[in-house]
Design a protein around this ligand. Sequence first.
Ligand code: ZN
Length: 266
Amino acid sequence: MEVKKMIRYLTLNVSGTKLTVDKKFERKLEKIIRDLQKAREIIGEVADEIYVFRKRDFRKAARRFAKFAMSSPNVVATTEFENSGRKLRTRIFVNASSKLVRRNFKGVLAHEFAHIKQYKAGQAIPLPRFKKSLPAEAKQFAMILLNQLEEILADSLLPAKTRNKKNREIVKMLIEKDELAHPLFLLALKATTKLSAKEKEALEEMIRKSAKSLKNVPFPFNPVERLYTKIFEQKEIKQSDIPLIESVLNLLIERLYGIKNACRFN
Ligand SMILES: [Zn+2]
């Protein structure tokens, strides 16, 4: 007897983008397509393939995000870049089961398209060389900071209205869930979002709590905030920013882990 594979996905072509949607979201298909087109108009960029998955499939696809998992309980979408020869292929995976995506699919997609735009503009975050003796924990901390710079760059290309809507939704979800996100993630959220006085206060309280749970030493907030704000306003990382990124990273690691000159770019 032949066993037929159940068809779980709908695949269609939306102006050149291959869109794959879990059948679970079939009823939302029209809105998904509309939001895709709006997000493309906003950013002027689009992915080659977009996968709209339920949570379980998204987790599988986003495994490469494991190293950043602790930075945010709210990773709801990810973009993969594949270079084969001269050709770049981009794939976006979206967790359509998440509340943020359900409430703001357009904003989430626009953010991912912005990652693609930054990538094509050559805005890749440089990787430092770490001291050999540096503990894995400190290295991971540095990687989270660099990863957040990438998030800030993407967000900087969103129109203020789209960005604030998406990020305020994230802040609200964090408050509702009372989940402790990484202070570097929260500081990035603070640098990129216009909040009400009440929301700002709640976010700052979360940042303090989160920094305290990380290490019981004074967390150097100001240099991180200054760096984040500078990159956000510039919408790019210039060669001249590299020494600043290096000094902020080294300062943080020295304060939190007691190791001097932990990393070097070049
Ligand atoms: Zn992102």
